[in-house]
Design a protein around this ligand. Structure first.
Ligand SMILES: *[C@@H]1O[C@H](CO)[C@@H](O)[C@H](O)[C@H]1NC(C)=O
Length: 149
């Protein structure tokens, strides 16, 4: 392996492993506090989501309430209009969270975001909410993505 090849390999490895935390906006986490959002793979932002692939989303948050259940709701906001963005498992208690959720504890919500091949190639904002027993948001985050083929 020559020097140039070695550099390319090194840069690729760094790009894959040193993914920065995703820049997100809090859209009203009324009964929780988000500390980190990770999307893999997302070597540069906004995250490019390739059609037919699935992306791993990891949201670290602290809960301010107790809750038996948690339910995720995902929207894709296109030109200001929120459209349902279906995910296979919407039960937060099956997505890395040990339920019942306790007060003042930190949790990692981990789930997959599948990108259907039928989606158009557009920029959009993903809005991801996790609701507690009473329908309040344990977290509500928004991050921009670009769907590419
Ligand atoms: C989710 O992110 C947290 C904080 O960065 C990390 O400690 C945890 O290992 C991650 N979990 C998974 C399954 O990637």
């Amino acid at each position: 392996m020559d020097f140039r090849t070695a550099c390319i390999v090194l840069v690729s490895v760094v790009a894959l492993t040193c993914a920065e935390p995703v820049k997100y906006m809090d859209c009203g986490s009324s009964v929780g506090k988000v500390s980190n959002v990770d999307i893999k793979p997302c070597p540069k932002q906004p995250c490019q989501l390739h059609k037919g692939q699935s992306y791993n989303v990891n949201v670290t948050f602290n809960s301010a309430v107790e809750s038996q259940t948690s339910k995720a709701i995902v929207h894709g906001i296109v030109a200001g209009i929120p459209l349902p963005f279906p995910i296979p498992i919407d039960d937060g208690c099956l997505s890395g969270i040990a339920c019942p959720i306790q007060k003042e504890r930190s949790y990692n919500y981990v789930n997959d975001l599948p990108v259907k091949t039928a989606y158009p190639c557009i920029m959009l904002v993903v809005q991801w909410e996790l609701k507690d027993d009473t329908g309040k948001d344990l977290f509500c985050i928004e991050f921009p993505v670009q769907i590419v083929s």
